[in-house]
Write a protein that binds this ligand. Structure first.
Ligand SMILES: Cc1cc2nc3c(=O)[nH]c(=O)nc-3n(C[C@H](O)[C@H](O)[C@H](O)COP(=O)(O)OP(=O)(O)OC[C@H]3O[C@@H](n4cnc5c(N)ncnc54)[C@H](O)[C@@H]3O)c2cc1C
Length: 264
C-alpha cells in the first residue's frame, strides 16, 4: 500500500475542503471496498478523509418524504433499525444479507452507493424504491444516480449526506448469492406502489438496472405468475466463470417471482 495522508474532519464543511485541497484525496466511510482496493494497488489516494466523525451524515428517521437514512449508517444499523423494519422491512433484510457480520459493522449505505459495485445490493433498492440521494450540494433521483460500472452521477469531491426512500405498499429483495464473495450473482428488488410496480436488478450487468418488462407485467397484474410471460433478454447481461448470461436471465425471472410471493 502506498503512503497517504489521513484526516478526520469533524464537520461536512471541513471534509469538503480537505477533499477539494487534493485531486487524489478520497473519502473513507467503512473502508470495506476502498481499503481492499488500496491493498491490491487498484487505488492509491494521496489522502484519506475519514467521514466517521460527521454527525450530519448519521441517523435514521421516518419523515414526510419517507425513510431518511444517513450516508454513514452501517449495514448493521440499517438491519437493526426499528424505523427501517417498520417502514421498509425489505430494506432491513437486504442490509442484513450483505457480506458477513464484520462487513456489516463497518460498511455504510453511502459507501456502497458511491462505490456502485455491479453486484452490490443497495443500488437495486435505490432504483426500485425510487429513492433520492441527497449530497452536500444537490438531490439526485435514483434513475439519474447510477451511471455505469462503478460510476455514479457524483462529481469529484461530492459527498452523499443521506438517502430518502419513499415507503412502498410492499416490497421484497431476493438475492442469489455468489457463495465465495457473498455479493449478488443476481439480486432483484420489487416494490409495489399506488402508481405501479418498480423492479430493479443487480449483479446481472455492468450496473443495476430497471426491468421495464417485469414492471409492466406486475403493474398490470400483481402476481408471481405474471413474471412467467415476460421475456428477459440476456443480450446485455454478464457472462463469467460463475454464470452464463442465459443463467442470469433465468435467475432474474425466478427471483422476481419469489420477490412478489414474499413482498411485505
Ligand atoms: C467480502 C465482501 C463481501 C461483500 N458483500 C457484499 C454484498 O453482499 N452486498 C453488498 O451490497 N455489498 C457487499 N460488500 C461491499 C460492502 O457493502 C461495502 O461496505 C460497500 O461497498 C462500501 O461501503 P463502505 O462504507 O465500506 O465504503 P468505503 O470502502 O469506505 O468507500 C467506498 C467508496 O465510496 C466512497 N464514499 C464512501 N462514503 C461516501 C460518501 N458518503 N459520499 C461519497 N463517496 C463516498 C469512497 O471514497 C470510496 O470511493 C462486500 C464487501 C466485501 C469486502
Amino acid at each position: 500500500m502506498n503512503e497517504f495522508g489521513f484526516h478526520r474532519p469533524a464537520t461536512l464543511k471541513d471534509a469538503l475542503a480537505t477533499l477539494a485541497a487534493s485531486e487524489d484525496a478520497r473519502a473513507l466511510a467503512g473502508g470495506q471496498s476502498l481499503l481492499p482496493a488500496m491493498k491490491l494497488g487498484l487505488a492509491a489516494p494521496s489522502d484519506l478523509v475519514d467521514l466517521s466523525a460527521i454527525t450530519q451524515m448519521k441517523g435514521i428517521a421516518v419523515g414526510k418524504g419517507g425513510l431518511r437514512i444517513g450516508a454513514l449508517a452501517t449495514h448493521a444499523e440499517v438491519a437493526a433499525s426499528a424505523d427501517v423494519r417498520g417502514a421498509i422491512p425489505a430494506l432491513a433484510r437486504l442490509a442484513d444479507g450483505i457480506g458477513d457480520p464484520a462487513i456489516r459493522e463497518r460498511g455504510t449505505l453511502g459507501g456502497s452507493l458511491a462505490n456502485n459495485d455491479p453486484a452490490a445490493c443497495y443500488p437495486a433498492a435505490l432504483l426500485a424504491l425510487g429513492a433520492t440521494v441527497h449530497t452536500d450540494r444537490r438531490s439526485i433521483a435514483a434513475d439519474d444516480f447510477l451511471t455505469g460500472l462503478y460510476e455514479t452521477a457524483l462529481e469529484p469531491g461530492e459527498l452523499i449526506v443521506s438517502v430518502e426512500f419513499p415507503v412502498p405498499e410492499r416490497a421484497s429483495y431476493q438475492k442469489f448469492m455468489q457463495p465465495a464473495s457473498r455479493y449478488a450473482l443476481v439480486g432483484v428488488f420489487v416494490a409495489k406502489n399506488r402508481a405501479g410496480v418498480r423492479v430493479a436488478v443487480t449483479g446481472a450487468a455492468a450496473c443495476a438496472f430497471r426491468s421495464t418488462g417485469l414492471e409492466a407485467a406486475l403493474s398490470a397484474n400483481w402476481s408471481a405468475a405474471s413474471c412467467d410471460g415476460v421475456e428477459i433478454s440476456d443480450d446485455e447481461l454478464n457472462a463469467d466463470m460463475h454464470a452464463s448470461a442465459a443463467y442470469r436471465a433465468h435467475l432474474i425471472r425466478v427471483l422476481a417471482r419469489r420477490a412478489v410471493e414474499q413482498a411485505d
